[in-house]
Write a protein that binds this ligand. Structure first.
Ligand code: L34
Length: 302
């Protein structure tokens, strides 16, 4: 049997429609427009593509939305000053600094400088701590993990008591999704295992997974025989493996591949996310959701 394809693109579209309504209502009732700043340092092609998509979506939702491009050689000090400016701008409810940053800039210092109340990425240590404590404490869930949880639940998979195996331990995906799925909460309550580059036998762990979340950044890392028949497979990898000419636009575009061999895996899994069109669009949508939340917090709107 072939797996159900979980279209992140479609789910993202639905959530965006809900958000559009919410934004319109906020404006009408309270005169509040969610404000989002995305800061991009340098011109890494993947980052340019992601930030452009974030801006396009926030414009579509009628946010006050600004893309702030900074040169690759901006000093750490100037970047920190810029963040401070936005921390103090009441029109701005959310600040995102696209990662990775150039080597001469200390990423931790930059993330620590963002006002935790405007940290719509959920990367500030205060928000990371809140997530770990869980319950009502969590304010902003990081966007990619929040999107993953939403996809698992909407695909109809029971998470309670499920064996969830996470491949990868990054601060952006692996660690926070492991935390989210182990919480005592709806859509969670799972038994979580995290495997990584130093794991002795990755395959045996993956084979146990009812829900397999792969965020390693290695194309085709997970082999089809590692997948338990019927499992839910969430492929977070967006690997640029080459270029091709787009049939639609005639322009050069990247060839994208996930961390899982999709064609083979879909014959074994019960449900699987494609790349592109899986987790990526959900990341962007969850950023929008966090920004609406931030605007509500800032204006005491329930
Ligand atoms: N600060 N940095 C910060 N926040 C984030 O949440 C991110 N991330 C990751 C990289 N750096 C970050 C993203 O935005 C990864 N990421 C991201 C966002 C969107 C997509 C993929 C990764 C996405 O939309 N992917 C499309 C394909 C886009 C393309 O053609 O390149 C997809 O369908 O998967």
């Amino acid at each position: 049997m072939t797996a159900k394809i979980i279209s992140g693109k479609e789910v993202a579209q639905q959530i965006r429609e809900e958000l559009r309504q919410e934004v319109a209502e906020m404006k009408e009732k309270h005169g509040v427009v969610p404000g989002l700043i995305t800061i991009l340092v340098g011109e890494n092609p993947a980052s340019v593509s992601y930030v452009t998509a974030k801006q396009k979506t926030s414009h579509d939702l009628n946010f006050y939305s600004v893309q702030d491009n900074q040169p690759e050689d901006i000093s750490e000090e100037d970047l920190l000053k810029l963040i401070d400016k936005y921390n103090n701008d009441p029109k701005v409810h959310g600040i995102l600094v696209q990662l990775p940053l150039p080597k001469h800039i200390d990423e931790k210092k930059v993330l620590n400088a963002i006002d935790p109340d405007k940290d719509v990425d959920g990367f500030h240590p205060v928000n990371v701590g809140r997530l770990m404590i869980g319950g009502g404490e969590a304010k902003y869930l990081p966007c990619t993990p929040a999107g993953i949880q939403e996809l698992i639940v909407r695909a109809g998979y029971e998470t309670e008591g499920a064996e969830v195996v996470v491949v990868g331990r990054s601060n952006i995906v692996g660690k926070p999704i492991a935390n989210i799925m182990m919480q005592k909460a709806k859509g969670a309550n799972s038994t979580v295992t995290v495997v990584h580059t130093r794991t002795r036998d990755m395959e045996s762990h993956c084979k146990r997974a009812d829900i397999l979340i792969v965020a390693a950044g290695v194309p085709d890392l997970v082999k089809p025989e590692w997948i338990k028949p019927g499992a839910c497979v969430i492929d977070v990898g967006v690997n640029r493996v080459g270029e091709k000419i787009s049939e639609k636009t005639g322009r050069k575009i990247a060839i994208l591949k996930g961390d899982v061999n999709f064609e083979a895996a879909k014959e074994i899994a019960g449900a699987i996310t494609p790349v592109p069109g899986g987790v990526g669009p959900m990341t962007i949508t969850m950023l929008m959701k966090n920004t609406v939340k931030a605007a509500k917090f800032a204006n005491n709107i329930q």
